[in-house]
Ligand binder design. Structure first.
Ligand code: V55
Ligand code: FE
Length: 490
């Protein structure tokens, strides 16, 4: 992987690792619990070709790779493949990069004209027996869960109208329906948002469009049993700026944030906007639920500005990463009242990658997990990943008021986002499966996959799986059990 610029997007932990491989019989120490039988799919961005222009946002537009860590019967294997997007195929054909700045088609080479730009690098989603690799700027790609071969771009058998679909869908644990949205649904920098409902069999049964207060980076959303919640934070896009070769996103500290709420099976005309604090930003939500009084509680990893240094830089916001304040914030609103107000309560520490058991989606979750920075660490965190520094503390939060649990890594180590694997025994918290990185030298790193008891995280891993390759940081993952894999659609 020669020829890449020597900047933090391409060096150290972020050095490109574009090899495709299958490795069986990985070394396992400890015992993989019998509950943990299935595949941990991971989305791993890896730029295949050096960029032809300087772009700090390139960290988000690296080609998507799908990684499968298969666990079961005490054994483990790993596979890595590029998602064969139209963009990746065009660049392989040309033997060089053709696409310019992150989400700015006006900076592309002539050969890129008319070729879909998405890199499918953010989340592997499993629903109705299909595996989709998703990125919020385009439509998903369908992947064969066994061979990891790309089966083509996926539009729900021609039913999808939106040009985009989020990487953060929500699946109702009782109905099996998948809820999603897509922003810039009607084209680059548009304020149109698509809202879709897919039934348990995978059919797109309803797609409606609505107008956002402004064109915003809408990364995630949530559902409750009865509502769909669309948060909007003031990181905005402008078509004229794009035409001039500028950045897709600029963050505005002085603009209001918003939370749009509508009945999840209702009409978009019922959407009501609640006004949030100015200038805040959030990438990932833990969950949302309704209480007995009918209030809606919406729990999110909120920060005072955009978490990406390259976006703050483009916005003229002089705030270092260690100066960025955040919190796990609960926004409470009354969908039956007349006020557009939001009440904020702090319910947890700053951090990201919040996680609940899939069975608790949209319901009071009791507990959840998230990643944060160890406040007691001496020295710098492990550098790398999209925001430049990696998390080194895993927390289990008791949302009913009980004490938190924590698992701190040694200096020079970090967590990638864990997935949750439910236990078969009732009352057991289940397991977390995650990739852990360790820096072993100025430019050397080692990687393991850990299985952790979700109810006793402080005890450390019950199993550690050695990965004999260099891994670039993962974005999101998805656990697909062996029973779900047996239901894969042809
Ligand atoms: C994020 C990641 C993305 C993206 C937008 O984690 C936001 C946030 C890996 O791609 O395109
Ligand atoms: Fe995300």
């Amino acid at each position: 992987m020669a020829g890449f610029p020597q900047n933090p997007n391409y060096t150290g932990l972020n050095a490109p690792q574009g090899d495709e491989y299958d490795i069986a019989d990985l070394p396992v120490s400890g015992t993989i619990p019998p509950d943990v039988e299935g595949t941990f799919f991971r989305a791993v961005p890896n730029p295949a070709f050096p960029p032809f222009l300087d772009d700090s946002g390139a960290i988000l537009s690296a080609d998507g790779m799908i990684s499968a860590i298969r666990l079961g019967g005490g054994k483990a294997s790993i596979a890595m493949r590029y998602v064969a997007t139209a963009r990746h195929r065009a660049e392989v054909e040309a033997g060089r990069a053709l696409f310019g700045k992150y989400r700015n088609p006006f900076t592309d080479q002539p050969e890129a004209q008319g070729v879909d730009r998405t890199v499918a690098n953010t989340t592997p989603v499993w629903h109705a027996g299909r595996l989709l690799m998703c990125k919020e700027d385009g439509r998903p790609y369908r992947i064969d869960p066994v061979t990891l071969e790309t089966l083509g771009q996926y539009d729900f058998d021609g039913a999808l109208r939106s040009e985009t679909m989020t990487a953060h869908v929500r699946i109702d644990p009782e109905t099996g329906e998948m809820f999603f949205f897509g922003y810039e649904a009607g084209g680059l920098a548009s304020t149109t948002v698509a809202y879709g409902v897919v039934d348990a069999a995978g059919k797109l049964v309803r797609e409606q469009w609505f107008e956002a207060p402004y064109c915003a980076m809408m990364h995630d959303f949530t559902i409750t049993e009865n509502y769909a919640l669309f948060p909007v934070y003031p990181t905005t896009c402008d078509l004229e700026r794009l035409r001039a070769g500028g950045d897709h996103w600029v963050h505005h500290q002085e603009l209001d944030s918003w939370l749009g709420i509508m009945p999840r099976h209702g009409d978009v005309s019922q959407l009501r906007w609640f006004r949030g604090p100015k200038g805040v930003s959030c990438y990932h939500m833990l969950n949302a639920h309704e209480d007995a009084a009918g209030l809606i509680h919406f729990d999110q990893c909120l920060s005072d500005s955009n978490a990406f240094p390259f976006i703050r830089e483009a916005s003229g916001i002089a705030l270092q990463q260690w100066e960025l304040n955040g919190r796990l914030a609960r926004w409470t609103v009354d969908p039956n009242g007349t006020a557009d107000t939001i009440v904020e309560t702090v319910i947890g520490p700053p951090g990201d990658f919040p996680l609940i058991p899939a069975a608790q989606q949209g319901r009071p979750s009791g507990h959840g997990w998230m990643l944060t920075m160890n406040p007691e660490r001496r020295g710098p965190p492990l550098l790398g990943g999209p925001v430049g520094a990696m998390f080194d503390l895993l927390m289990r939060l008791d949302l009913t008021g009980g004490p938190p649990q924590a698992l701190a890594l040694e200096p020079g180590m970090c967590f990638n986002e864990p997935v949750h694997v439910p236990a078969r025994v009732p009352g057991h918290d289940g397991w977390l499966v995650t990739v852990v990185d360790r820096q072993t030298g100025p430019d050397s790193f080692e990687h393991e996959c850990w299985v952790i008891d979700g109810g006793n995280i402080g005890a450390g891993p019950v199993a550690r799986i050695g990965i004999p390759r260099r891994l670039r940081p993962q974005v999101h993952g998805w656990w697909v059990s062996a029973a779900q894999l047996a239901q894969a659609q042809p």
